[in-house]
Design a protein around this ligand. Structure first.
Ligand code: SF4
Ligand code: SF4
Ligand code: SF4
Ligand code: FES
Length: 951
């Protein structure tokens, strides 16, 4: 275990990136720092620590507390070192009698209005006010505490995770500035003036009722115990910490898990983390309690049929039970009759092992992953056009973007830390173009410069992107140098002729998308003329019948305008789950071995066979939807599912349930009895990210270390469980530690040849490709050429989806996520995040609501061609008339009961974003929901009352 004690010193003000070095002296020490650096930071870099209170190095200097006064030769008075930049030849003195007295006076004023309860204060030992009182040598307070003070100011405990004890506030405004500068929410203000000034959330509301999104930046910034994690108040200060990676979304934030023994007291965003640079969102920062939730599956369990109680067994018995069933199925129905699904929540190493088990122990390529239902079109589309199926930039690169295009993504909810960085760049002046049927929160960014919202009809993305490209070609906004030097000329000529056709004009498109032609023209001009145009997209692009076409359309646009291969530009898929990128990289797809190497390629198979000592099938295996169909047809009978809840997350729930019920053996490895596990015969306890070592790869291709902070609750980490199962199946794999699995990945995967755990320790993280050519990794892709040589323009003909609104089903339903819940909600529903989203609701436009006589909170029956469900109504101006929206975080909502089997033509990614529906007021749950309730109760009962097997 790697221990990190206080890795990041607070240098008081932000780092300045300047090539110009300035020479100065501080307390007689000669110092050289970049031009623009503050005196405070210059001194701190040389271990000369000037007292401070209102300054911290994540925020712009503010200069309000005056504790950091210094003496500068030739300058009058005592300037604040946090707001004074260094200058050539400057001579600074930080310690004199006069300065000491000045600082003591400042501290004395603060302390005279502060409770003196240090010994019982939860921040005792971790309080900057306490430290500074010591640093300036304050021993007594002359003013006493009898005058006017704030000592009886109230505490706001409304936020489930942190409290705000106003009696301890020194009004340094670090919290207010953190909320503005770091998070970009502007939820806090300083109300009043002078003695009456105080921190207020929203319009002097409780935190929970304000705009606060509970990111924790203010808590992090607060130098006192005013804003404090409740877990620390309840359990005391942590004693040691381990740096690890958040297991929620594709941003991949680094955290210090701060611990007492084996218990996590708090998760603090790690400043050294390249993806998040010290910021966090409510999920990673606070919602970790699920790891020790009482619902955790703590022992392996088996049963012969799904209406029987579970029998608790030993690990070995569970492995044998599972292996016997799989062997029997294969003996009776053939090698191809079983398969498995890898997890985008598990580590790279674990995912690698699951697909290896399927290809080696099962002896077929029936492996797939949740990317099938989210980003498989990204793989296809980017590989076809750019030659590599991954995002092209670092997150930080957005700081150089002049125009930011967000398509079918909602970063402030689904990728919140990156959403904050995006907002920062937008406040700095970058323009914003949003292509989305809904008005996403990014459009309400405070101090936004220029924003264009192309609010198209669901299912019409390709028409819109073609229209933008049409404008760029017709108005000669192309980057001809880039096209000439970097792109395939024949493909470009063909594409140019295609895109110039009148069916791709903004006027034709307007009839399809509903977006005014002039607005499309404006957006195309803004992006093409921006200097640096960066595109970010999400599942609103991929989860369509033309998902792959749209990804190629986006890549075409970037190629045509030369927006690839340098900082500030690019094409970037925002990955949903923490390790979607990694699970794709690790060979989860039925046609590709790790590193996207095709199973049909004999030289590739030879390489793997030599190391794995097994014959690999040359035929691609089944995709998830094919597995379901084959299960219903009786040809597919056994399945191993690691850390994925297909019964809740995949479309057309009734079809999925039928498929799962048809299986003779379903092996589920998960931390909870999820919806899929209710159909399982073998339940293998999973381990959370806190219980194992490994790596995750985020949306920037950044490989981050996951470090074990506590032992696996059920005794084995997920990678060890796969080893046990594989051994029982007769294919033994030998690894002592996940680092050895990574060594094998590096041996077999060209883009990973330079990756190993030692290098990860040294560099912190690595962005693949990391190999002989790029030993330190590749922050920006396609700088000189593309993996396929030249950029490949693809023809992107718009073909309307089969899923149309009709008189019977006049509305279009689209689905998405919200900030506080994660994916199927299995983790976040078991945390206090329920305070923000305790049920899925149906958002609809006031016009649609009025037509149907619907009020906020009414129960609405939602009917599609696939099924029906019932949700509460939320009337929202964010919707356009004719479009309704919901999330899928709660299983009982049945959001996927109504989504259909339509899918992307190239990859089978389901068309979650377009479902024709009708809604009407109802008074009771749907029949599916009633059946769900009954089966949920029954399965929980079968779990609660397991039979202990005779030993
Ligand atoms: S938790 Fe985040 S959003 Fe809420 S007030 Fe603090 S900084 Fe602002
Ligand atoms: S709550 Fe903390 S950070 Fe905010 S003004 Fe008060 S002491 Fe400063
Ligand atoms: S942004 Fe994503 S990775 Fe970062 S803390 Fe939030 S959920 Fe975790
Ligand atoms: S730390 Fe410089 S004025 Fe407060």
């Amino acid at each position: 275990m790697l221990e990190y004690f206080d890795p990041s010193k607070d240098l008081g003000t932000k780092a300045i990136l300047s090539q110009n070095l300035i020479n100065l002296e501080v307390d007689g020490v000669s110092i050289s720092v970049p031009e623009g650096t503050s005196v405070m930071r210059a001194a701190a870099l040389n271990d000369i620590n000037i007292p401070k209170l209102c300054a911290t190095d994540s925020l712009d200097a503010f200069g309000s507390c005056r504790l950091c006064a210094v003496q500068v030769e030739g300058m009058r008075g005592y300037p604040a070192s946090c707001t004074t930049p260094v200058s050539e030849g400057m001579s600074v003195t930080t310690q004199t009698e006069k300065l000491a007295k000045l600082r003591r006076n400042v501290m004395e004023l603060y302390i005279s209005d502060h409770p003196l309860d240090c010994l019982t204060c939860p921040a005792n030992g971790d309080c900057e006010l306490q430290d500074m009182a010591g640093a300036v040598g304050l021993r007594e307070v002359r003013y006493g505490f009898d005058g006017e003070n704030h000592l009886s100011a109230p505490t706001d405990n409304s936020n489930p995770y942190f409290s705000f004890d106003a009696s301890k506030c020194i009004v340094c405004s670090r919290c207010v500035r953190a909320c503005e500068e770091v998070q970009g929410t502007f939820a806090l203000t300083i109300d009043g003036r002078g003695f009456d000034s105080k921190v207020a959330a929203g319009k002097d509301q409780d935190f929970i009722d304000s705009d606060c999104v509970s990111c924790g930046a203010c808590v992090q910034a607060c130098p006192t115990s005013t804003l404090m994690e409740k877990s620390v108040i309840d359990q005391g200060q942590p004693e040691h910490s381990v740096v690890t990676t958040c297991a929620y979304c594709g941003v991949g934030c680094s955290f210090e898990a701060q611990m007492k023994g084996d218990k996590v007291i708090r998760m603090v965003p790690y400043k050294g983390g390249e993806a998040n640079q010290g910021h966090s969102c409510v999920k990673g920062r606070f919602a970790f309690g699920y790891a020790t939730h009482k619902d955790r599956i703590k022992e392996p369990m088996v049963r012969d049929s799904i209406d029987q109680p579970w029998r608790a067994v030993s690990w070995d018995e569970a492995f044998k039970f599972a292996a016997d069933k799989i062997h029997k199925i294969q003996a009776e129905h053939g090698r191809e009759s079983v398969g498995g699904i890898t997890s985008s929540r598990c580590t790279n190493e674990e995912t690698f092992l699951v697909q290896k088990l399927i290809r080696s122990a099962f002896g077929n390529n029936n492996t797939d992953t949740c990317a099938r239902v989210c980003h498989s079109p990204t793989g296809f589309g980017l590989k076809t056009t750019l030659g590599e199926s991954a995002g092209t930039q670092t997150f930080e690169s957005i700081r150089q973007a002049d125009s930011i295009v967000v398509i079918g993504a909602n970063p402030t909810d689904a990728h919140p830390v990156f959403g904050s960085l995006m907002r920062r760049r937008l406040r700095e002046g970058a323009s914003l173009i949003v292509i989305d049927p809904r008005e996403i929160d990014l459009l309400k960014t405070p101090h936004l410069n220029q924003a264009i919202h192309l609010q198209l009809r669901p299912g019409t993305n390709v028409s819109l992107i073609n229209a933008m490209a049409h404008v760029i070609v017709n108005e000669q906004l192309l980057d001809t140098d880039f096209i000439e030097n970097r792109c395939d000329s024949a493909a470009f000529d063909q594409w140019k002729a295609f895109i110039s056709q009148v069916e791709n004009s903004p006027e034709t498109s307007e009839k399809i998308t509903g977006v005014e032609a002039e607005k499309v023209r404006e957006a195309a001009r803004v992006y093409a003329n921006a200097g640096n145009g960066a595109i970010f997209y999400g599942l609103g692009v991929t989860e369509h019948s033309q998902g792959s076409t749209m990804v190629m359309g986006i890549a075409n646009l970037a190629l045509a305008t030369g927006n690839l291969g340098r900082e500030g530009v690019g094409v970037n898929p925002l990955r949903g789950q923490n390790n979607v990128q990694g699970s794709c990289d690790m060979g989860s797809f039925p046609h590709e071995l790790p590193g996207y190497q095709h199973v049909g390629d004999k030289s590739v198979r030879d390489k793997f066979e030599a190391v794995w000592k097994v014959k690999i099938d040359h035929e691609p295996g089944l995709r998830i939807p094919n597995m379901f169909d084959a299960a219903i047809n009786g040809n597919f009978r056994g399945m191993y599912v690691q850390g994925e809840d297909i019964a809740q997350s995949d479309p057309n729930t009734q079809h999925v349930e039928k498929a799962l019920r048809s299986l003779d053996c379903l092996i589920v490895q998960d931390i909870f009895l999820n919806e899929t596990a209710k159909f399982a015969h073998v339940l293998l306890p999973g381990s959370t990210f806190l219980e194992k070592d490994g790596t995750f790869t985020n949306a920037e291709r950044r490989i981050n270390r996951v470090r074990k902070v506590m032992p696996p609750i059920a005794g084995l980490a997920d990678w060890e469980v796969t080893l046990g199962l594989s051994k029982a199946l007769g294919y033994e794999m030998h690894y002592n530690h996940p680092s050895e699995i990574m060594d094998e990945i590096a041996l077999l995967t060209p883009s990973f040849t330079g990756v190993n755990y030692d290098k990860l320790e040294e560099l912190g993280s690595i962005q693949w490709p990391c190999n002989e050519e790029h030993p330190l990794g590749t922050p920006t892709m396609h700088v000189e050429d593309f993996p396929i040589g030249k950029g490949n323009f693809a023809l992107t003909t718009f073909i309307p989806t089969q899923e149309r609104s009709t008189r019977r089903l006049p509305l279009l339903l689209t689905t998405g996520r919200i900030l506080s819940q994660y994916n199927v909600g299995a983790q976040t529903r078991r945390t206090d995040n329920m305070a923000w989203h305790s049920e899925d609701v149906l958002e609809l436009h006031p016009h649609d609501a009025q037509e149907r006589g619907v009020k906020d909170g009414d129960w609405l029956g939602i009917t599609s061609r696939a099924g029906n469900t019932v949700l509460r109504a939320k009337i929202s101006e964010r919707m356009q008339p004719g479009v309704v929206y919901t999330t899928f975080h709660h299983p009982g909502s049945g959001a996927n009961v109504i989504t259909t089997d339509n899918s992307d033509w190239a990859t089978n990614c389901p068309e979650y974003k377009v479902t024709a529906v009708q809604v009407e007021k109802v008074s009771k749950p749907s029949s599916w929901q009633q059946a769900f309730e009954r089966s949920d109760k029954q399965q929980k009962k079968l779990l609660r009352e397991p039979q202990v097997m005779d030993k």
